[in-house]
Unconditional design. Sequence first.
Length: 262
Amino acid sequence: MGTFYNRHTDVYDRALGGNIHVGYWDDEADHSPMQVATDRLTDLVVERLVPVEGQHLLDVGCGHGSTAARIAASHAVRITGVSVSDYQVDLANSRPQPPELPGRATFQLADAMELPFPDETFDGAYAIESLMHMKDQEAAIRHIARVLRPGGRLVIAEHGLEGDLDSPDAARMADAYTFFKFALSTDGYRKMLRESGLEVVDHTDITENVRRCYDSMIDGWRNAARDLDGQEAREMETAADLGEWVFGLPQLRYGLLTAVRP
């Protein structure tokens, strides 16, 4: 993957306390630091996965491995993480995994839109803010469903757009699509999951619990732009400007969606 994509990963990492996904705060009185909040989002995903000792889980869009590392540190499961970024895979595989940990995680280059695993390989799967980066989300969900065993769960943690944008906002969102692929609504995901043979069992909207991350993400892009020059600096500034607008849209929501393969 390109240098800008790698820098983008590093910006998220610094802005979000060592993770590259949003955090979760219980309410306005919750003053947990960013790392605690982002780890809490991971824990919410794990609660919905209901992992059992000895299971094999798929991390779809594993990033630099922080989510899998947290799960392996507290659950006796095997995790296979996939990413299309060799930079991310190398970072993930470089994470120390002390032998006393109950679980293990490995990471490999693979495209979620064409997963290289046999049918019914995994007992569960999770995709945290990764489907939004894929050109063909329907293909990705279809492949995830294919590699799940009967009874296996898929948990998606993702942004989405609920409700229509007016014409100027719709045009600007089209321009922003390079950075923010929030094209699908919850109903859109539900439809794809059903058509892939999965049964949706839960959807929880946690938009208000994650909003606190957005300012940190915007600041991270602006700080990165100051440390760069030329085209990379302009791209970071563009991401910050678009992020400031996108994250302020009332139609932007964040949810946890759980589906099961019957």
